[in-house]
Ligand binder design. Sequence first.
Ligand code: ATP
Length: 421
Amino acid sequence: MGVTLLKKLPLPIRKYLRMFSSLAESLNYKIFLVGGIVRDLLLGEENLDLDIVVEGDAIEFVKVFSKKLKAEFIKHHSFGTATLYLNNNLKVDFATARKEFYPYWGALPKVVASTIREDLFRRDFTINAMAMSLNRESWGNILDFYGGINDLDRGLIRVLHPKSFLEDPTRIFRAIRFEQRFSFRIEPHTFSLLKEAIRLGAIKWIDEHRIRDELILILKEPAPYRYIRRINQLIGFSFINEKLILKKSDFLLLMRIQRALHIYKKKFKKCRELQGWIIYLAGIVYKLTENALFQFFSQFGLRKGERKIILSIKESFSKVRHLKRVKPKVGIFEILKPLSFEAVVFFYAYFKDKTIRKKICVFLEKLAHIRLKLRGEDLKRVGYKDKTNYTKIFKRLLHKKIEKNISTKSQELKELKRLLT
Ligand code: ATP
């Protein structure tokens, strides 16, 4: 079965896998494809994230390979892992087969080199704990020590041992992610272990940065509304802030955000791709006080740009509400231009008012893309020397361009001369 499954991968990837295989043989190592890609090959889902486990020294393996092919790589000595960068933007993660020990629950594990069997045992769920041999004599064979194929067939998310959620509570979020993504069920015993871990407060044991990473993965799923509901049902959102409780109106907003993102993708092709996940996150946290938001940002280690988007949303409700009354296009432009597209889409979802939504659409379709063709040197050329005023003049010129539907450079020049007289 595995051999045919590997044929589903694009030819260039298969060629690399053959190369890895012969190198492993010459080094007397064993290598295996593991984790999500094996699961997705079995499910018939597309996945090109190559994770390879080496019974041997993964870093040495990558070093030798990259020397032969002159490929770039990054190594992480403390984890015994390395990432190889190949042609066509292909990235392959290699890890030395390892066993894990948790010094205390929720901590990062200590690792020692081990076998593929033990490496698979440290994984989150049976469906993610399968491997596929890349060794010549067993090419494509599936290693399924823990019943992963059976659980895939039955649509079950199952941990490998009872302490799994306690050792690594991020798995609680991961269980929700896979349950929702594949419309699987969390197997009853696993479900009771998950609930018990939540009851014991396990989520508080982990570093917030690790929760953030799992939460972002959830918010990046194609339609995360259902996932957010499930987090709310099982965990709640007090892990973000003690006082954060989502109400019906918040869920309606999150649902509208999902719809708004869909419309944005379909209708506004000229606009850049959005970081949709941050709009959902804003939908979850925007009601927190400014102080609580700052605390959340720093505990969860949000980046500067991400903080800026959420804060700009928090500060702009009344300005954007004013869209209802502004008439000329310049008014719409002035209100929405300072905001990121993420914030604009948030407000499209937030305000159900038709006039406001129409104006946001005009902005996204047209106004946001209007640029002046004239540059600083054109101002100089018409004899305007005072550089300190350039920004002001360009702003006035841009407004004229919007008002009068000016499109050509010569029309802009004419308008500029009019402004300067
Ligand atoms: P996706 O399709 O979302 O990328 P994935 O299964 O590939 O899902 P990754 O987060 O890329 O997920 O992890 C790769 C593999 O590493 C998983 O399939 C699983 O075997 C293992 N893994 C990841 N996180 C954990 C964890 N917290 N505990 C145990 N094993 C994990």
